[in-house]
Unconditional design. Sequence first.
Lengths: 396, 392
Amino acid sequence: MVMTTYLDHAATTPMTPAAREAMVEQLAITGNASSLHGPGRDARRVVEESRERIAAALGARPSEILFTSGGTESDNLAITGSLRAARAADPRRSRVVVSGVEHHAVLDVVDHAVEHEGARATFVAPGECGTVKPDAVRAAIEEDASTVGLVSVMWANNEVGTVQDVASMAQIAHEHGLAFHTDAVQAAGHLPVDFAASGVDLMSVSAHKLGGPIGIGALVAKRDARLVALSHGGGQERGIRSGTLDTPAIRAFAVALTEAVEHREAEAERVGALRDRFLAGTQALDLGIRVTGCWEAGDITTRLPGNAHITIPGCEGDSMLYLLDAADVAVSTGSACQAGIPQPSHVVLAMGRSEEEARGSLRVSFGWTSTQADVDAVLAALPEAVTRARRASGAA
Amino acid sequence: MRVVAAMSGGVDSAVAASRMIEAGHEVVGVHLALAKNAKTLREGARGCCTIEDAGDARRVADRLGIPFYVWDMATPFARDVVEDFVAEYQAGRTPNPCLRCNEKIKFAALLDKALALGFDAVATGHYAQIVDGPHGRELHRAVDMAKDQSYVLGVLDEEQLARAFFPLGDTSKPQIREEAAERGFAVAKKPDSHDICFISDGDTRGWLTQRLGEQDGEIVDEGSGEVVGGHRGAYGFTVGQRRGLGLDRSDLDGQPRYVTRVEAETNRVFIGTADLLGADEIEADHVRWCGPAASGRHRLGAQIRAHGEEIPATAEVMGEGSDARLVVRLDSAVRGAAPGQSIVLYDGTRVVGSGTIARAGRAARAPSMPGGGAPADESSARTPSTSEAGAQ
C-alpha cells in the first residue's frame, strides 16, 4: 500500500479528528434549528454556540456570522448582494473595483454582473509578487468614486499565496463611504485574521480549508452591511440566507476553526519551514524551476505559510500533475479547471508572466498533516517528472 | 505495457479500455478535450466534445479502477483538424476530419505525449484489427464489416501502428454492447455518434457559412454550359450531391442533376446528369502507407468513403516519399468521388495505404458515351440516385 503524499491543502485539507468526531456525534442527533420544540432548541443551541466560537476566533460579533455553503456562496452573496443593494440605493453605483488576482468565485460573479446586470468592473492589476497596492485601489476608486458600488480584494491568494494589505484598502474604501469585501478563504485559520480590526465590511470564509468539513462556510458581514438576499425562504441568517442550518457541519466548523486559531502561530512556523525547505530544495535541483511571486525563507506574513508555487519552463502543468500523481504525489496546477482542462492561470498571467510560464505552473500547498517526509517525497519525484514533462511538451 | 486508453465517453472506447486491462496492461484513461472554450463544451449537444462525454468516460474509468485524466488537445485539434476542414472546403474539396484526427491527433499529438510521459502505446475503440505479419504490424478490417473503421485509420504509418491497439476488431458491435452491459457500464446503451464531432447540430453547411461567410456564386450546367442558378458559397457543395441545389428542374429537361465539380477559384458549382458522375480513374496525393512503402503497379481493392463499397482496381505509385502520388484505375466507375476525400487501398482485408483524392474522372482509354460506353458507366447510372455523397 503506497501512501499518497498529499500536498494540495489549499484545495482542501483533511478534517481534524476533533472536528470529525463532533460532526459524527451531531449527525446522530435529530433537530432543525428553526423548530420551536425541544429537539429544535437543542440544535439551535449548538448552532448559536458554534456561531459564538467562530465569531470569537475571527474577531467578529456572533450576529455578524452568516452561515453559507462555503466560500463560493459567500463570495456570490457578498458581491451580487452588495452590488444590488448599492444600486437600489443609488443607480449610479454600478461599478465594482476588484483585483485581477481574485478567485473565480469572485471574478466570475463580477463578469456575470457585467454581462447580465449592466454592472461595470475596474480590475486592479497586481505587481510582480501578486501584491495589490492600496494606492492602485485608491486610484481605481477615484476614477469616479460616485459610481462605485463595492470594492473587493482577497485577503490571501489561493494560487501564489500573496497576502494583501486589506486593512489599508478597507480604509480607503471607507474614506469614500464604500463597502469593502475580502475573500479570506485561504487566510482564515492560517493568518492572524481579525474581522473587526481589519475594518472590512464583508469577509468570506470556508471550513474545509482549515480542518472542517466541505460544504459549510460563512459570510462575515457587519451588521450595517447592505445586502440583498439571493436565496429566499425560511428567513434564516438575518433573512439574508434562507435554508435549514447544517448543524453537524456548523459544529465541526467551529471546532476546526477554534483549533486552527489556537495553534496558528506554532503551526504557521512549522508549515512555513516545510514550505521553505521544499522551495529551497527545488532551487537546489538545478532544473530551472522558478518560484512564483516573492518568497523569502521564514516569511509567513506576506505569503501564506503553506503556499509554494513554482513555474517549470518547458513543462505543461497537466503533464507534471499526471506524472506526480503516478508517483503518488498529489499537487495542483493551482489554476481553475474547466471540464478537467487546466487553463493558464489568470493570476500568474496578471503577475506579468508569459502564457507558457502560466501553463507550466505547479502549486504545492502544505497543511496540518504535512511532514518533512512529504517534502522529501515531492523533491524526489520532481526530477524525473520534469524531464518527462519537458519531453512531452516537445512532442505536443 | 503501459497504455493510454483514449476514452471518448462512448461504449466502444469503454470496452476497449476494459479489454486492455484484462489483457494485463497497465491502463490509464485519457479523454481528449478538443474544444478550447468551456462554453462550447457546454453547448455541444452530441459528438465527442461535451462535458457529459467527459463525465461518462470518467465514470467508466472509476468503474474500471484506473486513473483518468482530461488532456487538452484543443490547440492541435483546431489547427490540424478544424482549420484544415475549413480550408479544404474553401478550396472546393471534401475533407474527412476523422482521418485527419487519427493521423494528427490520436496517433500523433496524443501518442507522442503518451510516449514522452512513459507510456508504450495508445488503445482506442476503433473497429479494426492489428495483425503481426511477416513485415511488421499490419492493419486489417474488423470482423464486423458493418462497423469496420479501417478506412479512417488508413492514414496510420508503421510507427503509429506499432504503438496502437484496437481491441474491438475481433468482435461485433452488438456483442460489444452486451459486454458493456455485463460490465455494468452506464454507457452500454449510449447511441453511436455519427456526426462530425465539432459540428454539434450536424449542419455542416451552416457551420461553414458562419466561418467563411456567404459567398454568392453561380451554378453552371455541364451539358449546356449555362448558368442555371445561384448559391451562397461553393464550399457548401460536394461532388455527387443532389439535394439542396435549389433548381427548377423544368428548366433542365426534367433530368435530375448532381454536383459534378466545385471550382473554388471562380466560386462556381457545376452540375450534370448522373452519367457525368462516374469516375474510374482517381489520382491521389498525401499518400500514407500502413506498412512498407509500395511502388509500381498492384491489383488492390479501393474504397473512397467510410463504409463505402470496395472496388477492384489497379493502383500505380508514381514518385516516392512525400512526393508519392497514386493513380488508381477502378474496374468499375464510382459516383461521388470528390477531391479531398480519401481513397484507401486494401489487399484482402489488409489496409495497404491511402491517399487524398486530387482528381477523379474518366480514364482516357474509356471515353464516356451517352447511351453506350463502358459497362461501368451503365452500372453506375442504374444505381439509385437518391442518396447524397457520403450517405450510406
